[in-house]
Design a protein around this ligand. Structure first.
Ligand SMILES: [Zn+2]
Ligand SMILES: [Zn+2]
Length: 399
C-alpha cells in the first residue's frame, strides 16, 4: 500500500534531531508520564501550599487574639462608663454604710495624695517627696540588622527598684481614702522626675570590635519616676468601708481593672478607648490578610481549573479533527484504508513517551514528533525538536 506523510511542508524528524529529542526527552517524559498517570500535582491542580497554610493560620490566629484583646479592652471601657463617680467627703461614708456589704464594686474617686507617715525623698532632687518611687537603669545598644542592613536600637532593663509607702487620697473636707496595692494598678500614676543618659566614649579598637561583633553600646539611661505628695490622683476600683471606719480603695474582687492615674477620668477613659480601637484595627487587618490568602488560593484553584478545561477542549477538538480526516479518507480510498494512523514501526513512536504513535503536527514548524498526550504535557508549548513556539496543532493521519 502506498504510504506517505500528508502535507507538503510536513517533515519527519531526521535521525540527528531524534537523538537530540531523546536527550531532552527525559524531562519531557516525566511531565508526560505525570499527565498520563494523573499525578495530583498536575492533574488535581489544587492543594494549599505550606506557606499559604502557614500565612492563613497565622493571620487567623492573630486576628483571633486581637479580637479577644479588643473585646477585653472594650468591656473595660464599658465598665468605666458604668462606674459611679464619688467625691471624697463625709457623705461617702454614709453611702457605703447604706450599701449592702459596705462596699462598691467599681467606683471612681479623685483626691490629693498624702502619705501615712514619712514620705519618700528623691535621691536626685532632695526637695521632691512622694509616696511611690521607681528607679530604672536601661542599657541602650545599636544592633546590626542583617535583613534591613541598618543599625537598630535595642534596650534592656539592667536594674529596677520600686519603693512605696502607705498613702491616702484626701477629699475637700479632710475625709481620707486609703489606697491599697497601688503597684497592682494600671494607668499613668507616676511622673518622670529625673532622667540622665550616660554616653559611652570609645577608642579606635572598640569601634573595630563593634563592627566585627555587630553590636554598639550607646550608653545607659537612668530614669526616676515618682508619685508626688500633693498630686491629684484619680482612682478606679473597689471602695470598701472597713470595720474600723476607714475607707479603702483596692483592686476589684470581680476581676475588673484597677486604675490609678494622675490625669483626669476623661483622659483615662480616652486612653482605654484608643487601646480598644487599636486592637479592633489590628483584628480587622489580620482578618483581611487571611481573606487575601484565601482569595489568592481561590484564584490559583480557578486558574488550574481553567487550564484543565482548556486542555480538555483542545483534546476533544483534536479527536474531532482526527475522526473527520479519517472519515474523509475512508470515503476517498475505500474501507481498506488505515483506520487510525497507528504505525507499529519504531521510528513512528512519540519521541517523548516512546510508547504512543506520533499523531500530531506541530505548527508552524511542521514537526511530527510526539503524541497528543505528550504535546499537552509540554511545559512551555514549544516544539521539542526545534524549540519554536507552537501556535496550533493538527492531527496527523497516514493513508
Ligand atoms: Zn507521547
Ligand atoms: Zn519544530
Amino acid at each position: 500500500m502506498p504510504y506517505f506523510r500528508c502535507g507538503a511542508f510536513v517533515s519527519t524528524t531526521s535521525v540527528d534531531s531524534f537523538c537530540a529529542a531523546k536527550i531532552t526527552g527525559h524531562s519531557l517524559q516525566r511531565s508526560a508520564s505525570r499527565a498520563v498517570t494523573g499525578d495530583p500535582e498536575e492533574m488535581d491542580g489544587f492543594h494549599v501550599k505550606i506557606t499559604e497554610a502557614v500565612c492563613l493560620g497565622t493571620s487567623l490566629a492573630f486576628s483571633g487574639i486581637c479580637y479577644y484583646l479588643y473585646r477585653k479592652s472594650r468591656s473595660t471601657v464599658d465598665k468605666l462608663d458604668d462606674a459611679p463617680h464619688f467625691t471624697i467627703d463625709k457623705k461617702l461614708k454614709d453611702i457605703l454604710k447604706a450599701t449592702p456589704g459596705a462596699y462598691l464594686q467599681y467606683a471612681v474617686i479623685e483626691g490629693t495624695v498624702r502619705p501615712l507617715g514619712e514620705p519618700l525623698t528623691s535621691p536626685f532632687q532632695k526637695e521632691i517627696v512622694g509616696v511611690l518611687h521607681k528607679f530604672m537603669l536601661t542599657e541602650h545598644r545599636l544592633v546590626w540588622n542583617s535583613l534591613s542592613h541598618s543599625w537598630t536600637d535595642s534596650e534592656r532593663v539592667m536594674h529596677q527598684r520600686v519603693n512605696a509607702v502607705p498613702f491616702v487620697l484626701v477629699g475637700s473636707d479632710e475625709t481620707t481614702v486609703k489606697v491599697l496595692c497601688p503597684l497592682q494598678a494600671s494607668g499613668v500614676h507616676m511622673e518622670t522626675t529625673y532622667e540622665k543618659f550616660h554616653q559611652v566614649n570609645y577608642g579606635l579598637g572598640d569601634i573595630v570590635g563593634q563592627y566585627l561583633s555587630g553590636e554598639k553600646l550607646k550608653g545607659q539611661l537612668e530614669t526616676e519616676e515618682m508619685l508626688k505628695v500633693g498630686a491629684t490622683l484619680t482612682g478606679v476600683g473597689e471602695l470598701i468601708l472597713d470595720t474600723d471606719g476607714t475607707l479603702n480603695l483596692q483592686p476589684p474582687s470581680n476581676g475588673s481593672q484597677y486604675f490609678l492615674s494622675i490625669s483626669d477620668f476623661g483622659t483615662l477613659r480616652g486612653d482605654q478607648d484608643s487601646v480598644a480601637v487599636w486592637w479592633k484595627a489590628l483584628a480587622i487587618g489580620f482578618t483581611l490578610a487571611g481573606a487575601a490568602v484565601l482569595l489568592w488560593v481561590g484564584r490559583r484553584y480557578y486558574y488550574n481549573l481553567k487550564v484543565r478545561w482548556e486542555q480538555e477542549q483542545e483534546r476533544r477538538e483534536f479527536k474531532r479533527l482526527q475522526a473527520e480526516a479519517l472519515r474523509t479518507h475512508a470515503a476517498v480510498t475505500g474501507p481498506e484504508a488505515r483506520q487510525d494512523g497507528t504505525d507499529d514501526h519504531m521510528d513512528n513512536l512519540c519521541v517523548i513517551c516512546l510508547s504512543q504513535p506520533r499523531n500530531c503536527i506541530l505548527l508552524d514548524c511542521g514537526h511530527v514528533c510526539c503524541c497528543h498526550n505528550c504535546y499537552q504535557a509540554l511545559p512551555h508549548h514549544r516544539c521539542p525538536i526545534c524549540r519554536q513556539t507552537i501556535s496550533r496543532v493538527v492531527p496527523l493521519y497516514n493513508v
